[in-house]
Design a protein around this ligand. Structure first.
Ligand code: NAD
Ligand code: UDP
Ligand code: UDP
Length: 315
C-alpha cells in the first residue's frame, strides 16, 4: 500500500493542528488546508520542515482539486465569538465547504470524515445526548449559523453516502479543550485560564449552574483517527466527548485552584440560546471504536494552563 495522503481542512486550527501532528507520527503524508480565519501557521510551525507535510492557504468555500486518500473536514470557526462575527461566512463554510469536500471525495474516491458538533442537539431536551436524538435547535437565532450549518453538512454527508455511495464518517464532537486554543476566542476554558493567569475577573455567565463536559484534545484526536479507520459500514453519526459533566461554576473554581490565582468570580449575563446542560452518551463510541477518553479534567487543565502561561510570558 502506498503512503496514505491525508487532507485536513482547518488543519491550522486548534483541533486540526493536533490531528496533523498525530497523522504525521503514523507516517502519513498530510496536506493541511486553512484560510487562517481563526487558525494560525504557528500551530503547525513544528511540521514545516517535515517533507511529508504540506500547508496550503485556501478557503473551502472554493473548489479544491488535489489527490488524496482521506479527508478530515474540520474547517469552520468553532467558538461563538468567531462564528457569530461573520455568520453568513460561517454557514457558507459549513455548507459550501461540505459540498466541495464531498465533491472532491467523490472524484478521488477518498474516505471523508466530518467534524460535526454537539450543537446539532441545540438546547437538548434529553440528557445525556444520544445519537438518535434529533435535537432542539433554534433555526433563526444567533447560534443558528453554526448549528444549522453543521446540521446541513450532516445532511449532505448522508445524501452523498446514499446517492453516490461515498465512504463517510460523521463525528459529533463535544466541548474540547487543550493547548493551542485561541486565547481570545471567548470559549470558557481559554477565557477562565487567561483571566486567572492575568489576575483579571473570571467572567461567569448566568448563575454558573449550566453544565458542559470537557474532552482533552489528545483523547478527541484519538477518537477521530479510530473513526476514520473503521470499515465502510460505519458512518456515524457518533458522539465523541468526555461524559464527565461539570457546572461552569465548578470549572471556574477549579481553574482558580490550579492556577493559584487571586482573581474573583464575577457574573455576566447569559448569552441567548446558551444550552443549559450538555453531556455526551458515548456508548456507541465505546462499542464501535473501543474508545473512551482517558485524561481527567485536572490533568488536561494543567497542560492547558502551562500552554497559556508560556504564551502570555512570550507576549
Ligand atoms: P478552530 O477555529 O481552532 O479551527 C478551525 C479552523 O478552520 C481554523 O484554523 C480556521 O482558520 C479554519 N477555517 C475556518 N473557515 C475556513 C474556510 N472557509 N476555509 C478554510 N479554513 C477555514 O476550531 P477547532 O476548535 O479546532 O474546531 C475544529 C472543528 O471541530 C470545527 O469544525 C468545529 O466545528 C469542530 N468542533 C470543535 C469543538 C471544540 O470544542 N473545539 C466542538 C465541536 C465541534
Ligand atoms: N469539487 C472540488 N474538487 C473536486 C471535485 C469537485 O472542489 O475534485 C467541488 C466542485 O466545486 C463541485 C462540488 O465539489 O461543485 C460538488 O461536486 P459534485 O461532483 O458532487 O457535483 P457537481 O460537480 O455536479 O456540482
Ligand atoms: N461561559 C462563561 N464564561 C465565559 C465564557 C463562557 O460562563 O467567559 C459559559 C457559556 O455561557 C456556556 C459555557 O461557558 O454556558 C461554555 O461556553 P463555550 O463558549 O466555551 O462553549 P459552548 O457554549 O459552545 O458549549
Amino acid at each position: 500500500m502506498h503512503t496514505q495522503r491525508i487532507l485536513v481542512t482547518g488543519g491550522a486550527g486548534f483541533v486540526g493542528s493536533h490531528l496533523c501532528d498525530r497523522l504525521l507520527e503514523t507516517g502519513a503524508e498530510v496536506l493541511c488546508v486553512d484560510n487562517y480565519y481563526t487558525g494560525s501557521r504557528l500551530n503547525v510551525a513544528q511540521n514545516l520542515s517535515n517533507p511529508r507535510f504540506e500547508l496550503l492557504r485556501h478557503d473551502v468555500t472554493m473548489p479544491l482539486y488535489v489527490e488524496v486518500d482521506q479527508i478530515y473536514n474540520l474547517a469552520c470557526p468553532a467558538s461563538p465569538v468567531h462564528y457569530q462575527f461573520d455568520p453568513v461566512q460561517t454557514t457558507k463554510t459549513s455548507v459550501h465547504g461540505a459540498i466541495n469536500m464531498l465533491g472532491l471525495a467523490k472524484r478521488v474516491k477518498a474516505k471523508i470524515l466530518q467534524a460535526s458538533t454537539s450543537e446539532v442537539y441545540g438546547d437538548p431536551t434529553i440528557h445525556p445526548q444520544v445519537e438518535s436524538y434529533w435535537g432542539n435547535v433554534n433555526p433563526i437565532g444567533l447560534r443558528s449559523c453554526y448549528d444549522e450549518g453543521k446540521r446541513c453538512a450532516e445532511t449532505l454527508f448522508f445524501d452523498y453516502w446514499r446517492q453516490h455511495k461515498l465512504r463517510i464518517k460523521v463525528a459529533r464532537i463535544f466541548n474540547t479543550y487543550g493547548p493551542r486554543m485561541h486565547p481570545n476566542d471567548g470559549r470558557v476554558v481559554s477565557n477562565f485560564i487567561v483571566q486567572a493567569l492575568k489576575g483579571e475577573d473570571i467572567t461567569l455567565y448566568g448563575d454558573g449552574n449550566q453544565t458542559r463536559s470537557f474532552c482533552y484534545v489528545d483523547d478527541l484526536v484519538d477518537g477521530l483517527i479510530r473513526l476514520m479507520k473503521t470499515g465502510d459500514e460505519v458512518t456515524g453519526p457518533i458522539n465523541l466527548g468526555n461524559p464527565v459533566e461539570f457546572t461552569m461554576k465548578q470549572l471556574a473554581e477549579l481553574v482558580l485552584e490550579l492556577t493559584g490565582s487571586q482573581s474573583t468570580i464575577v457574573h455576566r449575563p447569559l448569552p441567548s440560546d446558551d444550552p443549559r446542560q450538555r453531556q455526551p452518551d458515548i456508548t456507541l463510541a465505546k462499542q464501535v471504536l473501543d474508545w473512551t477518553p482517558t485524561a481527567p479534567l485536572k490533568v488536561g487543565l494543567m497542560k492547558t494552563i502551562e500552554y497559556f502561561d508560556g504564551l502570555l510570558k512570550a507576549a
